[in-house]
Design a binder for this molecule. Structure first.
Ligand SMILES: [Zn+2]
Length: 461
């Protein structure tokens, strides 16, 4: 007897798209069978005729319950993971920040406290290294042993003054089998552009894009490629936004380097023109929105495989917090994306013929699960995997309205977008936690994901 059967859908499995019935027992996928061939009864059956069945998305880039410049993000682990679930995301990996004068283990402990009684879906952590002291570096292998197998560095706010310390951290991560996530923007180029704009009296959000030009990303990516080559660490570049940076990744990979690349929804659907909109502050994130030519190059990189992952960088604020700054350097960076990640990529990518459905599943589920040590428990519809599944209605028309979204943020960057396709049911470890946009997940049901170490041969897994 199965706990749950999902029948009649077209499933996206690692061996391709097929009509399949999926049986679930004890939170796991018990069997993926040909249509009509499940051969077992179930306590509950979901008729998914006409629907797509996708693996639950794995979002490896979120910032929930985070503090920045003395303010707290709008979403904590309860509202953020609820929004995620409503959009078909069933696992997240959040960035735990090393506290000032604190250790990396302190960061993990603090984030665990934020998540454990609130998360409605499964969660893991990366630790962001802000102060690469010898003590901090010594903790890298111990955290990797506990399933925190990725670390992040920001090439900004003091990075340049401590490059050698950071490179020691890169080496330690490489040795521990951990992956290094890199926020690549050139601190000095940005500093120069910012000072020049401010000295000319330009303070408004219209000048934000000019303060962090595409070359600042390209130059940082190239430099980080050199640093990680010397330190023998695999590099994962977060939220890439520009043609030059993407070309640098393409070349490094052609040379045989283990280099991974992520982008973020805003670089696919919005251009820098938005900064001239009234309340253009809504769209500020690091790096900034780019011209259409860069947007086109990000799409091309999704299609040709240069970019491996689309992750949200969900880091959202109330409109009041976004609009409070007196100059572009002080605008709170980030916005809400968790609930729209999958449906927007389906509508703008798959339905418009820019990427295949299989490619979309790789970008939001299989690849992040493989890269961050969660595969095959997560990211695939396969016998024995966790039953994290999305019954996706490819024909449902939706206009994005922040009022209907589950994030606590009071605006949505894609407000008014008319899209095709939305999740009908979200199933997490066998439990139907969302049905027809109504969620029923208990806060605290999400579990900590102790992740495997990074494998340079992740594509073969
Ligand atoms: Zn981020």
């Amino acid at each position: 007897m199965l706990d749950l059967a999902i029948v009649g859908a077209t499933a996206v499995t690692p061996s391709g798209m097929r009509r399949a019935d999926v049986g679930v027992r004890a939170g796991k996928i018990a069997r993926v069978a040909d249509a009509g061939a499940l051969g077992e009864t179930a306590s509950r059956t979901i008729d998914a005729a006409g629907m797509l069945l996708l693996p639950g998305a794995v979002d490896p880039h979120t910032h929930l319950d985070a503090e920045m410049f003395g303010s707290r993000t709008a979403d904590d682990f309860e509202s953020g993971t609820t929004a995620a679930a409503c959009g078909g995301v069933t696992s997240i990996i959040d960035y735990a920040f090393q506290p000032e004068r604190g250790s990396l283990a302190d960061a993990a402990a603090k984030w665990n406290e934020k998540a454990e009684r609130r998360a409605t879906i499964d969660y893991g952590f990366h630790v962001a290294i802000l102060d690469p002291t010898p003590e901090a570096i010594a903790q890298i292998p111990r955290l990797a042993e506990r399933g925190i197998t990725s670390f992040k560095i920001f090439m900004m706010r003091g990075f340049e003054a401590r490059v050698r310390d950071f490179m020691r951290a890169f080496r330690a991560a490489g040795e521990a089998g951990a992956l290094l996530a890199i926020h690549a923007e050139d601190e000095h180029l940005i500093g120069y552009c910012t000072e020049r704009l401010l000295s000319e009296g330009h303070r408004s959000v219209e000048y934000f894009a000019a303060s962090r030009p595409p070359l600042s990303e390209e130059s940082a990516v190239k430099r980080a490629l050199a640093m990680t080559a010397v330190a023998e660490a695999p590099a994962y570049f977060v939220h890439l936004s520009s043609a030059g940076a993407i070309d640098a990744i393409r070349r490094a990979r052609a040379e045989g380097r283990v280099v991974l690349a992520e982008t973020r929804p805003i670089y696919l659907y919005l251009t820098e023109d938005r900064f001239r909109d009234p309340r253009g502050e809504r769209y500020v994130g690091y790096p900034p929105l780019r011209p259409q030519t860069d947007v086109d190059s990000v799409w091309a990189a999704l299609a040709d495989g240069t970019i491996d992952v689309v992750a949200t960088d969900h880091c959202c604020w109330m409109l009041e917090q976004k609009l409070a700054a007196d100059r572009f350097t002080r605008i709170m960076p980030g916005m809400s994306n968790l609930e729209t990640l999958v449906p927007m990529l389906y509508s703008e990518g798959v339905a418009k013929g820019r990427i295949s459905l299989e490619r979309m599943v790789d970008l939001v589920a299989a690849n992040p699960a493989k890269i961050f040590g969660l595969y095959p428990h997560k990211g695939a519809i396969i016998d024995g995997a966790d039953a994290d599944l999305v019954v996706f209605d490819p024909n449902r028309r939706t206009t994005i309205r922040s009022i209907e979204m589950h994030s606590r943020s009071d605006y949505d960057p894609f407000e008014g977008f008319e899209i095709t396709g939305w999740p009908r049911e979200t199933i997490a470890r066998g439990e139907v936690i969302v049905a027809d946009r109504k969620h029923s997940a208990q806060p605290g049901r999400g579990r900590f994901l102790a992740r495997d170490r990074f494998s340079p041969r992740w594509r073969e897994s």
